[in-house]
Design a binder for this molecule. Structure first.
Ligand code: ZN
Length: 419
């Protein structure tokens, strides 16, 4: 335990810092609270965006948001699948606590307090546009939304021969980015045309998710692999959607973050559900808008932070949204990065895969133990459990203690629903 505490202290010391300069403190110094737009980018790796240093990336809209706003360089999700991660974003609680720990098998309970519920109580009009069946209303994330467009009825275009048969599986399950943009325009119409009432709009883009099938001409851009081409398409449609939003709602506070990343060969994996590697749990994350200063933030932040931050931008007490997030305007010390995927439990049986990291070391239990020194081994190739058993044991103890203290402390855990 002493070693575990020492590690925690080291990590806290390393990351000690105060995040300041986000949106202005609240409506007290504004005539009206601002409209808010949350954009979630499914399956988008942080290191495949220009703002994070990828010189091949074609992401000018995201990069401009990052340049003119707060860019979080060390942002993490608590869950590597779509529904749990989005439930975390809307509640400010990590999946261990809110209980939605898998796609398709859990729904967020009515007892949960969500950001759109709090905003609607405060006079906001609320709307959401989803692009994946994984976020259908029956999974409970529609709480607090006046308009929740999960009716994915458009034809899903398939461009390349290899997907003609397999692509039919996503018919009705996913939207292309331009279809998401069209749905967002309809949602903006439903928000009432900006007649003085502030609005909250959540837009979810899913194109970077498999199948990787970019439309022409993006499939023929030199040095732009298909996955990156899909991200480029999303970036363009996101930029135009934000222009649409601003034309209706006026200047908005905009938050953009991914629900998780993607392995592109790391650990011999193509996907995000099985492993908690850095390409999967580390995400792009920016905050932009009136009163948001332009700065790069190195302090680790989490997807759980977005709910209290946007609540605070609306002048609401951030502490009412989630025990696991902080208002990024005022910052705080983040000494724990925890992540989980329960997909291996469903696929192979046994326990969930969980990861716990400090500033330098990352411990994973799947239930096979892994320990990586991210400073000397950022690709997570050398398992140090045998070489450093004391460090592994200390982190195991910390992880177990954290799970015991956090798991399902809310009044109601998520109830399974029929898929
Ligand atoms: Zn996802």
């Amino acid at each position: 335990m002493r070693a575990a505490r020492a590690l925690a202290v080291m990590f806290a010391g390393a990351i000690l810092g105060v995040v300041t300069g986000a949106c202005s403190p609240g409506p007290s110094d504004r005539d009206e609270p601002p409209s808010l737009v949350l954009v979630t980018l499914d399956t988008t790796r942080w290191d495949r965006l220009g703002a994070y240093g990828d010189v091949r990336a074609r992401t000018p809209f995201f990069d401009r948001l990052a340049r003119n706003g707060m860019q979080f360089r060390n942002a993490y999700v608590d869950a590597s699948t779509t529904l749990p991660s989005h439930a975390t974003m809307l509640t400010g609680e990590i999946s261990l606590r809110h209980g939605v720990r898998l796609n398709g098998q859990f729904a967020l309970p009515d007892a949960a307090v969500t950001l759109p519920e709090r905003l609607r109580d405060a006079g906001y009009a609320t709307a959401a546009v989803l692009s994946s069946a994984a976020l259908a209303a029956r999974y409970g994330l529609d709480q607090g939304f006046d308009h929740y467009d999960d009716a994915i009825t458009e034809d899903y275009p398939v461009f390349h021969e290899r997907w003609w048969i397999r692509g039919r599986r996503v018919q009705g399950n996913q939207r292309r980015a331009w279809q998401t943009r069209a749905a967002a325009r309809r949602a903006l119409g439903a928000l009432g045309g900006g007649e003085g009432e502030p609005a909250f709009l959540w837009i979810h883009f899913v194109d970077a998710h498999q199948p990787v099938d970019p439309p022409p001409p993006w499939d023929r851009v030199p040095d732009l692999p298909g996955y990156d081409a899909e991200i480029a398409v999303v970036d363009r449609e996101m930029g135009w959607t934000l222009r649409d939003a601003e034309s209706v709602l006026g200047e908005c506070v905009v938050a953009v973050l991914a629900d998780h990343g993607e392995n592109l060969g790391e650990h011999r994996d193509e996907g995000h559900a099985l492993f908690l590697t850095e390409p999967v749990i580390r995400i792009p994350f920016v905050l932009n808008g009136p009163g948001v200063s332009a700065e790069i933030v190195e302090v680790p932040v989490r997807n759980a932070d977005i709910a209290p931050t946007l609540a605070a931008c609306a002048g609401l007490p951030p502490e009412e949204l989630g025990a696991d997030g902080v208002d990024l305007r005022t910052g705080g010390v983040r000494d724990i990065i925890f992540a989980e995927t329960r997909v291996p439990t469903v696929t192979f049986g046994g326990a969930a895969t969980q990861a716990f990291r400090t500033d330098r070391y990352k411990y994973v239990r799947s239930p096979r133990e892994e320990l990586y020194d991210l400073e000397t081994d950022p690709q997570e190739r050398i398992n140090l459990v045998a070489a450093e058993p004391e460090r592994a044991a200390a982190l195991r103890e910390e992880l177990e203690s954290y799970v015991r203290a956090t798991e399902h402390r809310t009044a109601a855990a998520a109830a399974p629903v029929a898929p």
